[in-house]
Design a protein around this ligand. Structure first.
Ligand code: MOS
Length: 725
């Protein structure tokens, strides 16, 4: 992170393990299973084992895998927003030197039915949205493919598309369920009556535009389709096993006929969670020119229509509180866009359902179906948009009650999960808020508009963060030979540190030094393991590794023979099921706002987390920093301009869609309470991938309010919004 000369950014941090304030942490009676062993590697800030490969450019990402004599493809994308292809004029393209084939719905391999309509690529002449992949040019070089693609002329029968979000849309509907499985609507108690009788009521609307993942590694794929040997796919995947389970049936292949290789991934943030159209395109192209391998790398512009995004979301929050500041009503009504091609119902209401209690509660979800590309999971799906609005609403209510925002949150800490009545496994939100306040200097916070230095108004804000526990299945194999333990599972490292921390876990679970672990991940031929997504990778993988390691020791003892092996599966206990399980955190932000231009700069931030056992403080800190940086990015910069006349995002590159750069990010401090959660598997490690982003935009909005007295509720918080107030 860059430090500026500003005195407000003077706080320093280290990559060392932080010392939690032990006095504030609840004493846990139960301990996770790993605590019974000697913990030597886990907890160490070991450097990334794949660091040297990455900085020397020798780590093979999907596009760089060594294959013989590859052909290259360049996608053809639809120039209209809805309709069907009438004619394809490709004579000029075919005459370009080096062009091998032109792939369209006319000659594409027949796919099997799938649950995801997004994967039914080139199976008909229909066009569902602007920029949809409708074919490809395959050529000897990427340049020939791209040039030839520019010469293909496509004629359409165009229908009238509909891409404009309106609350009164005639096709607005209630989804059967929302992502992660909850119901669209939930009513508890009588929220309307509670609002009527409340001493304090707040009522506010929130929104954000489409947001794009924007991983540094573009989506790329290389496919090799061999009639006898089957298909090999090199791709950037958040889970090779999950992808195989989706893609093999789509291609009409037996599982053993499809091999997905994905050892290194340059960021995913959800866009590489499930396969999208470009991957299918590479597979179809490889089938057409089999057995020659085909390589694809999307241009940055093509990402904006073909690998998912977070949909536009609108929220209406109404809160009621009694005279003492206890919440009596929480109402959240969410309206989101979805693609007509594939429903995506972001679980924006999820965090509201577990975060704070009130006798009257209502959460609803409505979808507006539009002729837009399919949306997908992105950077804390559900919790990011939900908490962005809820935590601003909480700040507004704290003010209405005349309470400090931290005091107000502490007053409203629920005894149990208000949705299902289960006790929380470990919920140290109170400790995060209290310890964070001390460290951040919260008591130096002034009343709105009271801290000015020259043109700059300064303010501080706080927000809570949370992310739920998901528990996919996972299997791990351990094989011994030549003094090394091969630890095998189809986990994925997106740049987060899985290559490093899974070795640390295996070493302690097998009770050997780290040097004796030969970790194997990122390959669909390995035992199936869940996605690196939903902040669940480390939980499910460590769970499987632990049980495989203990099974190995039980079966083969301390001195195993060469070839000795064992397997273990992730176990989710009944006791764990009886708890409500979440990661928690508190985000503190200080901003300065120019009274002249309306420019907002984050000057200082602290994220403090209740994340269970931290397996590697170096890589964990880095993940939290990444989340907080994405939070700044969403709060202040990321904004998509959808041209509803044509259905495409106008600013579809990094010149127009600004992602926080170094100059946008101040000194960030990261702290955690190192309290293992016994309900989070044998390691007691909660998910940390996504909680780092969740409260940041609300903390920044609340800080802007504290600086200026202006309440911003629509992301991103740009100068125009401050000036028009
Ligand atoms: Mo994350 S958006 O679940 O990859």
């Amino acid at each position: 992170m860059t430090a500026t000369a500003d005195k407000h950014t003077a706080e320093k941090h280290t990559a060392e393990k932080h010392t939690p304030d032990k006095h504030t942490a609840k004493q846990q009676t139960a301990q996770p299973a790993l605590s019974a062993l000697q913990i030597k590697s886990v907890g160490q800030g070991i450097m990334r084992v794949d660091g040297p490969q990455k900085v020397t450019g020798t780590a093979p990402y999907a596009y760089e895998q060594p294959v013989k004599n590859p052909a290259y493809l360049f996608p053809l994308v639809s120039g209209i927003g809805l309709g069907h292809i009438k004619r394809i004029e490709d004579k000029a393209a075919r005459e370009v030197e080096g062009v091998l084939e032109i792939l369209t719905h006319r000659n594409a391999y027949k796919l099997q039915p799938s649950r995801s309509a997004e994967l039914q690529l080139l199976q008909s002449p229909e066009v569902h949205y602007k920029g949809e992949i409708i074919g490809a040019v395959i050529a000897e070089t990427p340049y020939a493919a791209r040039y030839a693609a520019s010469l293909v002329n496509i004629l359409y029968n165009e229908a009238e598309q509909d891409t404009r979000f309106v609350f009164t849309h005639p096709e607005l509907y209630t989804p059967k369920k929302i992502n992660a499985g909850g119901p669209a609507d939930r009513h508890m108690g009588d929220s309307k009556a509670a609002l009527k009788t409340a001493a304090h009521v707040t009522d506010a609307k929130f929104s954000h535009t489409m947001q794009f993942h924007s991983a540094m590694e573009p989506h790329s794929a290389m496919a090799e389709w061999h009639p006898e040997k089957g298909v090999t796919l090199y791709d950037a995947s958040q889970g090779a096993g999950t992808w195989k389970a989706m893609l093999a049936p789509l291609l009409g292949l037996e599982p053993e006929q499809l091999h997905i290789v994905s050892p290194f991934v340059g960021g995913g943030f959800g866009s590489k969670g499930v396969p999208h159209a470009p991957t299918v395109l590479a597979l179809l192209a490889a089938q057409l020119v089999a057995p020659r391998p085909v390589k694809l790398m999307l241009t940055r512009q093509q990402h904006f229509a073909n690998v998912g995004y977070r949909p536009e979301i609108h929220q209406h929050f109404q809160l009621g509180a009694d005279a003492q500041g206890k919440l009596t009503a929480i109402v959240q009504n969410v309206t989101e866009t979805t693609s007509k091609l594939l429903e995506f119902a972001e679980q924006t209401v999820s965090p509201t359902r577990m975060m704070y209690a009130a006798p009257g509660r209502e959460t609803t979800t409505r979808l507006v179906p539009l002729d837009l590309p399919p949306a997908t999971f992105m950077r804390a799906p559900g919790e990011f948009p939900g908490m962005f609005a809820l935590e601003i609403a909480m700040d507004e209510m704290a003010e209405a009650c005349g309470l400090d925002p931290i005091e107000f949150r502490l007053l409203n800490e629920p005894e149990r999960d208000p949705e299902n009545g289960k006790p929380f496994s470990v919920r140290l939100l109170r400790e995060c808020l209290e310890q964070g306040a001390k460290q951040f200097g919260w008591n130096g916070r002034k009343a709105p508009g009271q801290h000015q230095e020259g043109e700059w108004l300064y303010g501080m804000g706080v927000a809570s963060a949370t992310y739920p526990h998901h528990k996919p299945q996972a299997t791990c194999g351990v094989v011994y030979g030549k003094g090394q333990y091969q630890v095998q599972l189809a986990a994925a490292d997106l740049g987060t540190g899985a290559w490093t921390i899974l070795g640390q876990i295996a070493a302690d679970a097998l009770e050997v030094p780290l040097e004796q672990i030969d970790l194997q991940i990122g390959d669909s031929d390995l035992p199936a393991a869940g996605l690196a997504g939903g902040s669940m990778g480390t939980y499910s993988w460590s769970n499987a590794i632990y049980h495989a390691a203990r099974a190995f020791r039980k079966e083969h003892g301390e001195h195993p023979k060469a070839g000795a092996q064992a397997e273990g599966k992730a176990i989710n206990t009944e006791e764990a099921e009886a708890h409500s399980k979440h990661t928690f955190g508190a985000h503190f932000a200080e901003v300065k706002v120019s009274s002249v231009t309306g420019e907002v700069r984050a000057t200082r931030m602290l994220g403090i987390y209740d994340a269970g056992r931290i397996i590697n403080p170096r890589t964990a800190r880095s993940q939290f920093l990444g989340g907080m940086t994405m939070g700044i990015s969403a709060a202040l910069h990321e904004e998509a301009y959808l041209d509803t006349r044509f259905g495409h995002v106008v600013n579809h590159d990094f010149a127009g869609y600004h992602i926080a750069a170094h100059a946008d990010v101040p000194e960030l401090s990261v702290e955690w309470l190192d309290v293992p959660d016994p309900q989070f598997g044998p390691l007691g490690a909660k998910g940390i991938g996504e909680v780092g982003i969740v409260g940041v935009p609300a903390a920044i909005s609340n800080a802007i309010y504290n600086a200026t007295g202006k309440r911003l509720r629509d992301l991103p918080f740009t100068p125009a919004k401050l000036l028009e107030h």
